[in-house]
Write a protein that binds this ligand. Structure first.
Ligand code: ADP
Length: 400
């Protein structure tokens, strides 16, 4: 089977063509600067990266170009786009309407549009990608896979906010959580490695630490709590998002600086987090390079790690103990420093890091970084959200 996985953002489209039974993509790439001058496509095939340039007006033109490249005699991996069995679309927010990978029909499209207010920064662009593929590949099944779906098992006492209950009933204001496909993938893979895939008592905490970050408590393969909430702003300190803050502060800030909602949204989403604290960068690599000479870069790293540590403690309590701790995402897989700082404070769980393995574990796919006598296994694990989307899309198509 060949599944095209599409992740459409505001001005970009990421894609991979995959066989769901094989973890490596046949081809992958990113189209950037859609609707802007200088659009370009970075396409990787057979281990080689190609940069192609062409002005792309909208998502539809973008998808058309991607399909052309995939079927190109030199750069492509298929002869005809009809070889694509299904398209799997990443969709950020499915609200309480979608808890499963879903085949796109006209009725489903209407409900997806109803979910736009839940994630106004992401969902409209995801929908543009789906619309473009439906237009260009009308006979190919389109499947949507939701970032929120894995968190459908979080119990009510963990997903509700302590606001007047009517607000939940009327507007479904609650924790939804994100990065679901990543938390699902790494927790499932580590359970497999540890031979505990079918164990309902297996307790794992997954830390997805990228530019955005979230942490999830998984018991017996099910998410029971996660740090992102109604939106991705809640929880960990991220590249440019603040994570947990006393919500009353925003009222104060809005009053003092006479900010409107868009401005305060930018403040919490774009100018906070590692960037806000350090004043220099949202990029962990840069902060690590500066930490010996720049006090605020060091402070940003310390605060970042402390927040992760607090959540690990809270989720260990929620799980009633811990069997495995997994780090993934750009920082989780690549930063021995962050893993070391977090783990050095978890000795009380009987967790012992293998320092040498931890230092080696840069970008490693499946690396156990705990010492053999550690009571909690620690893993650095490269996530593969595209593979999960391809597998789930293939399952939906197989069930038709
Ligand atoms: P996104 O959430 O945008 O998908 P990624 O998962 O790619 O982001 O993670 C990006 C983050 O990973 C950046 O903060 C980057 O600095 C960090 N990162 C990548 N490589 C390293 C490294 N070798 N050491 C430390 N941090 C790294």
């Amino acid at each position: 089977m060949k599944i095209l996985v599409v992740n459409a953002g505001s001005s970009s489209i990421k894609y991979q063509l995959l066989d769901p039974d094989d973890s490596g993509p046949l081809a992958k790439g990113t189209l950037e600067k859609i609707g802007q001058p200088g659009s370009f496509l970075t396409h990787t095939v057979r281990g080689e990266k190609h940069r192609l340039e062409r002005d792309v007006l909208d998502h539809s033109a973008g998808i058309e170009w991607v399909l052309q490249v995939l079927a190109d005699p030199e750069l492509g991996v298929i002869r005809d786009v009809r070889e694509i069995d299904a398209v799997g679309h990443r969709m950020v927010h499915g609200g309480e309407k979608f808890y499963k990978p879903t085949l796109v029909t006209p009725e489903v499209m209407d409900v997806l549009v109803e979910c736009i207010p839940l994630a106004p920064l992401h969902n409209p662009h995801n929908i543009k990608g789906i619309e473009a593929c439906r237009r260009i590949l009308p006979d190919t099944p389109q499947v949507v896979v939701f970032d929120t779906a894995f968190h459908a098992t979080i119990p009510k006492h963990a997903y509700l906010y302590a606001l007047p209950y009517d607000l939940y009933e009327k507007h479904r204001f609650r924790r939804y959580g994100f990065h679901g496909t990543s938390h699902y993938y790494v927790s499932r893979e580590v359970a497999k490695h540890m031979g505990r895939e079918d164990d309902p008592d297996f307790r794992v905490i997954t830390c997805h630490l990228g530019n955005g970050g979230s942490i999830t408590a998984v018991k017996g393969g099910k998410s029971i709590d996660t740090s992102m909430g109604y939106t991705p702003v809640e929880g960990l300190i991220m590249g440019t998002r603040c994570g947990d803050v006393d919500p009353y502060l925003f009222i104060q800030i809005m009053e003092i600086y006479d900010l409107d909602t868009r401005q305060v949204s930018n403040l919490m989403n774009k100018f906070s987090g590692l960037l806000g604290i350090s004043g220099v960068s949202n990029d962990m690599r840069t902060l690590e390079e500066l930490m010996d000479t720049d006090e605020r870069a060091r402070l940003a790293i310390e605060m970042f790690c402390y927040r992760v540590l607090k959540y690990v403690g809270a989720y260990t309590a929620a799980l009633g103990g811990l069997d495995a701790l997994v780090f993934t995402g750009g920082i989780g897989t690549n930063s021995p420093l962050v893993r070391r700082i977090v783990c050095s404070n978890l000795g009380y769980l009987g967790l012992k890091l293998d320092e040498e393995a931890n230092e080696r574990g840069v970008g490693n796919k499946t690396l156990r970084i705990s010492a053999p006598d550690s009571k909690v296994e620690v893993w650095a694990y490269l996530t593969n959200e595209e593979l999960v989307i391809a597998q789930q899309a293939a399952e939906v198509v197989a069930s038709l």
